[in-house]
Write a protein that binds this ligand. Structure first.
Ligand code: C2E
Ligand code: CA
Ligand code: CA
Ligand code: CA
Length: 279
């Protein structure tokens, strides 16, 4: 591919290069980005049934001078395969702690939860629990506002160890959410053992919820499961007011999606939230 200069934003096109060289290119560009602090993150609001913002999810972002904007769906799998997800994830968690410290000082923002995605490799890494402990022991970090989003796939291997780690972090106040719920293979017996507090209904079930009876059945099953197990349920990928209304009628009380706010820089959301909370 030809270079178009650092200010050209374009999507990395998988057909531009052979798979292997693309992967190598991505990997070295990511190492470089990590060293030079070129990764950043967006936040997306989560709202309650009154449509009040209760917290945010952090989503990693990366624009490379040569590759342009590379979506997480492209770079996260490479980061997982190469192990780079460990230092990248640690960087994001330290940013999350800094964000929480800043918000703790602001009466309008201090109650917001901060959710961070944790990949399987990161969660299983030997230093993970201690790393989180160091972060939440910093001054002005309220551990009970930190939520870690994990996926069902990481529950299949070594359930006991997973439960142990989650329980340890629970003791310190950190909460867990099961992301993309419904798409993985977690059996209900695993779910019963897991000390998590939230199920996050995958957006693939929300997209056609108004028209597809199967999706409606799946969503209402997950909501019932959450109720009977005492778990909070949040729907992600809520794009329209009609979807939000339908979910509310079905008993879902927490939502995330473009209808309530797109991912944007923390500074931008801070300003909007302060303004909405002042009035
Ligand atoms: P996810 O954790 O399921 O995050 C939700 C994705 O849905 C985000 O995509 C978000 O921008 C998008 N989204 C939010 N609301 C809507 C909506 O109403 N409609 C639609 N169509 N999409 C919506 P994004 O930011 O591209 O991230 C994609 C995936 O990459 C994430 O899925 C997550 O699995 C992964 N990811 C992102 N940041 C991180 C990170 O820091 N660490 C790890 N391990 N994975 C991350
Ligand atoms: Ca939440
Ligand atoms: Ca997530
Ligand atoms: Ca998700």
């Amino acid at each position: 591919a030809k270079l178009e200069g650092p200010h050209t934003i374009r999507f990395f096109n998988p057909s531009m290069q052979e798979n292997v060289s693309r992967r190598l290119h991505l990997e070295s560009a990511m190492r470089n980005a990590l060293e030079n602090n070129h990764f950043h993150f967006f936040v997306q609001p989560q709202v309650d049934s009154q449509h009040h913002v209760t917290g945010v999810e952090l989503l990693m972002r990366w624009s490379d001078a040569e590759l342009g904007y590379v979506p997480p769906s492209e770079f996260i799998p490479v980061a997982e395969a190469t192990g780079l997800i460990v230092p990248m994830g640690e960087w994001l968690l330290s940013e999350a702690a800094r964000l929480m410290q800043r918000w703790q000082e602001d009466p309008l923002l201090r109650d917001l939860t901060v959710a961070v995605n944790i990949s399987a490799k990161q969660f299983r890494h030997a230093g993970f629990v201690d790393m989180i402990k160091r972060l939440i022991q910093q001054p002005n970090v309220n551990a009970s506002l930190l939520e870690l989003e994990i996926t069902e796939s990481m529950l299949i291997e070594d359930v006991q160890n997973t439960v142990r780690r989650i329980s340890k972090l629970n003791e310190w106040g950190v909460r867990f959410s099961l992301d993309d719920f419904g798409t993985g293979y977690a059996s209900l017996s695993y779910l019963k053992q897991l000390p998590i507090y939230q199920l996050k209904i995958d957006q693939s079930f929300i997209r056609d919820i108004l028209t597809d009876t199967n999706d409606e059945i799946i969503v209402s099953t997950i909501l019932g499961l959450g109720r009977s197990m005492g778990l909070e349920v949040i729907a992600e990928g809520v794009e329209t007011a009609q979807q939000a209304r339908r979910l509310n009628e079905m008993g879902c009380a927490k939502y995330q999606g473009f209808h309530f706010g797109r991912p944007a820089s923390p500074v931008e959301w801070e300003a909007r939230l302060r303004e909405s909370r002042l009035t």
